[in-house]
Design a protein around this ligand. Structure first.
Ligand SMILES: Nc1ncnc2c1ncn2[C@@H]1O[C@H](COP(=O)(O)OP(=O)(O)OP(=O)(O)O)[C@@H](O)[C@H]1O
Length: 563
C-alpha cells in the first residue's frame, strides 16, 4: 500500500511538474511567437531603412552634383563679375581722375565764352563800321546804279530775219555799243543775252544784304514792252527772277545771322494801273493761310494793304505766285494789262539786334515798271491814250524824284504820282536804288532801244554827277581785311567752344553711364553672394542629414536581426 501511496504521490508530483512544464512551454512558445513577430517587424523595418538610406544617398548624390555644378557656375560668374567690377572701378577712377581735367576745360571754356563775348561786342562795332563803309562805298558808286540787260532774239524775230544791233565786246567793262549808229553807253553792269538769272542776281545781292542792315532799297526794271522786265523780276518756275532770289537770300541771311539778329519779314504785292492801286494779295487764298497784318502809315502810304508775314522761302514763293496770278486775272479785261501797269513787291524787314536790343525797320521795293513808250502815237485814243498818259506821268515823276534825290533837293516831289508815293520810303535820301534797264537786241526795236539807253544814261549821269563822297579804298580794303580776320577768329573760337562743350557733355554722359553700370554690377554681386551663402547653408544641411542617416544605418547593421 505504501508502495501504492508512494507511487501515487510520485505520480501527483510528476503530474504537477508536467503541468508546470506545459505552462512554461506555452509561455516560451508565446515568447517565441512574439519574438518571431518582433523579428519580422524588425526585419521589415530594417529592409525599409535600407531602401530609405539607398534613396537618400542617391538623392544626395544627385543634389550634390547639382549644387557642385551651381557652385562652380556661381564661382565662375563671381570671378567674371569681379574682373568686370575691377575694370569698371578702374574706369570710374579714371573718370574721377579726369574731373580736374574737366574743370580745367570748363574754366577754359568760360574764358573762351568771355573772349567770345568781347569779340562779339567788337564784331558788332566793326559791323557798324562796315555798314558805314559799305554805305559810303555804295555812295561812291552812286546811290542809283544802272545795270543794262539785253534779252536774246526770240524765235519770231529770228524767223522774221531780224538782226542784232548791239555789240557786247566790252560788256565786261560795263560798255554797250550800238552798231548802227555806232554809239557807246556806259553802265554799272552790262549783261549779254547769254547771262542768266544767277549772274544778274549776283550783282544785285549786295543791295539786298543792306536791307538787313537797316537800309531802304528800291530795285526796278525799266524798258519797252517785251524787253524782259517781268522775266528779270519775276522769272519763271525754272528761271526764278530777282523777286524770289531776293526773298531766298533774305531767309538765308536770317538763318546765318540768327545768333545775333532776329528778323521779321513781311510782304505786300501792289499794282498801280491808271493811277489806281490794287492790292494783289487781298483776295488771295494763299495769303489766308499766312499771318496777315493791315499795312499802317508806318509801313505803307496806303493803310489797309495786306501784309503777309513770311516764315520761309516756300511761303515766299507761294505769295509771289499768288501775286502774279492776281495780276494776270486783272489783265484779262484790259489789252495786255501787265505791260500797262506797275507791279510792286514790298518787303518789310524788322531787325532786332539780340546783343544790344537795337531795332531797325527797313523796306525793299521791287518794281516791274509799265512798258516805257515814246510820246503817244497820233492814232492812240480813248482808254489806251489814258493808259499811256498815266504811264508817262508816273515814269516822268519817277525820273523827277531820282533827279531831286541826286541833287539833294530839299523837296522831293513824291506826291506827283501814285508810283513815287508808294516808293517814298524805299527811294529816300539814305536809300539805294538799282535800275535794270531792259532792252531788245532786235533791229526792229532800235528806236525804242536807243531812247531807253539815253534815258538810263541820263539817270546814271545825274546821279554820278552829283559829286558823291569818294572813299579812300585802300583804307576800306584794310578795314575789310581786318573784319574778315575778326570774323574768322570769332568763327574759330565759336567752333572751339562748341567742340569743348560737346566733349564735356560726352564725358559726363560716359561717366554717368559708368557709374550706373558699377552700381548695377555691385548690386548683382551682392545678390549673387547672398545666393551663394544660402546655397552653402542648404548644402551643409543636406550633407548633415545624409551623414545622420548613414550613421543610423551603420549602427543598425552592427546590432543585426540575429543578435
Ligand atoms: N533774258 C532772257 N532770256 C530768255 N528769254 C527772255 C529774257 N528776257 C525776256 N525773255 C522772254 O521774252 C519775252 C518778253 O519778256 P517779258 O514779258 O519779261 O517782257 P516785259 O518787258 O515784261 O514786257 P511787257 O512790258 O510787255 O510786260 C518773254 O517770253 C520772256 O520769257
Amino acid at each position: 500500500m505504501d508502495k501504492i501511496n508512494k507511487m501515487d504521490t510520485q505520480y501527483e508530483l510528476l503530474n504537477k511538474k508536467i503541468h508546470q512544464d506545459c505552462r512554461s512551454l506555452s509561455a516560451t512558445m508565446e515568447q517565441l511567437q512574439a519574438m518571431d513577430i518582433a523579428f519580422d517587424h524588425f526585419k521589415l523595418k530594417f529592409l525599409t531603412n535600407d531602401q530609405t538610406v539607398g534613396s537618400i544617398s542617391s538623392r544626395y548624390e544627385v543634389d550634390k552634383k547639382k549644387w557642385t555644378e551651381a557652385i562652380s557656375n556661381l564661382q565662375e560668374k563671381v570671378k567674371l563679375m569681379k574682373s568686370d567690377y575691377c575694370q569698371l572701378s578702374l574706369e570710374a577712377h579714371e573718370c574721377v581722375d579726369s574731373i580736374p581735367e574737366l574743370n580745367k576745360m570748363v574754366f577754359a571754356i568760360q574764358e573762351l565764352v568771355k573772349q567770345c563775348e568781347d569779340l562779339k561786342v567788337k564784331y558788332n562795332e566793326e559791323m557798324k563800321e562796315r555798314k558805314k563803309l559799305f554805305n559810303e562805298l555804295q555812295e561812291s558808286k552812286g546811290n542809283i546804279r544802272v545795270f543794262c540787260r539785253c534779252r536774246p532774239l526770240n524765235k519770231d524775230e529770228i524767223s522774221a530775219g531780224c538782226t542784232t544791233v548791239l555789240d557786247f565786246g566790252a560788256a565786261k567793262d560795263g560798255i554797250l555799243t550800238t552798231i548802227m549808229p555806232k554809239k557807246q553807253f556806259r553802265f554799272d553792269r552790262v549783261y549779254t543775252p547769254k547771262d542768266d538769272q544767277v549772274d544778274v542776281f549776283a550783282d544785285a545781292s549786295s543791295m539786298v544784304t543792306s536791307v538787313l542792315d537797316g537800309y531802304n532799297v528800291c530795285i526796278f526794271a525799266y524798258g519797252p514792252t517785251g524787253a524782259g522786265k517781268t522775266f528779270t523780276m519775276e522769272g519763271t518756275e525754272l528761271n526764278r527772277g530777282v523777286n524770289y532770289r531776293t526773298l531766298e537770300l533774305l531767309f538765308d541771311l536770317r538763318k546765318k545771322r540768327s545768333d545775333t539778329f532776329s528778323y521779321d519779314i513781311s510782304v505786300s504785292v501792289l499794282e498801280v494801273y491808271n493811277e489806281q492801286i490794287r492790292d494783289l494779295l487781298a483776295t488771295s487764298s494763299t495769303t489766308k493761310r499766312l499771318e496777315i497784318r493791315q499795312g499802317s502809315k508806318g509801313s505803307h502810304h496806303v493803310p489797309g494793304v495786306v501784309e503777309a508775314k513770311l516764315e520761309n522761302v516756300k511761303e515766299a514763293w507761294d505769295v509771289l505766285q499768288a501775286g502774279s496770278k492776281a495780276r494776270a486775272v486783272g489783265s484779262n479785261n484790259v489789252n495786255k494789262h501787265s505791260s500797262r501797269s506797275h507791279c510792286i513787291l514790298c518787303i518789310m524787314v524788322m531787325a532786332k539786334n539780340l546783343l544790344n536790343g537795337e531795332c531797325t525797320k527797313s523796306k525793299l521795293c521791287l518794281v516791274d515798271l509799265a512798258a516805257s513808250e515814246r510820246l503817244p502815237k497820233t492814232d492812240v485814243q480813248g482808254e489806251r491814250l489814258k493808259e499811256t498818259q498815266n504811264i508817262n506821268l508816273s515814269l516822268s515823276a519817277l525820273g523827277t524824284v531820282i533827279s531831286a534825290l541826286a541833287a539833294k533837293s530839299r523837296h522831293i516831289p513824291y506826291r506827283n504820282s501814285k508810283l513815287t508815293h508808294l516808293l517814298e520810303d524805299s527811294l529816300g535820301d539814305d536809300s539805294k536804288a538799282l535800275m535794270f534797264l531792259q532792252i531788245s537786241p532786235s533791229d526792229k526795236d532800235l528806236d525804242e532801244t536807243l531812247s531807253s539807253l539815253n534815258f538810263a544814261t541820263r539817270v546814271r549821269g545825274v546821279v554820278l554827277g552829283s559829286g558823291k563822297m569818294q572813299v579812300d579804298t585802300s583804307e576800306l580794303q584794310k578795314t575789310k581785311a581786318m573784319l574778315e580776320e575778326l570774323e574768322g577768329q570769332i568763327e574759330l573760337k565759336t567752333s572751339m567752344q562748341n567742340q569743348s562743350e560737346k566733349q564735356i557733355s560726352q564725358l559726363s554722359e560716359k561717366l554717368k553711364i559708368k557709374e550706373e553700370t558699377c552700381r548695377k554690377q555691385e548690386e548683382k554681386m551682392k545678390e549673387l553672394e547672398k545666393k551663394l551663402k544660402s546655397a552653402g547653408t542648404e548644402l551643409s544641411y543636406a550633407s548633415s542629414a545624409v551623414e545622420g542617416t548613414r550613421v543610423a544605418k551603420k549602427g543598425h547593421s552592427r546590432s543585426g536581426p540575429g543578435a
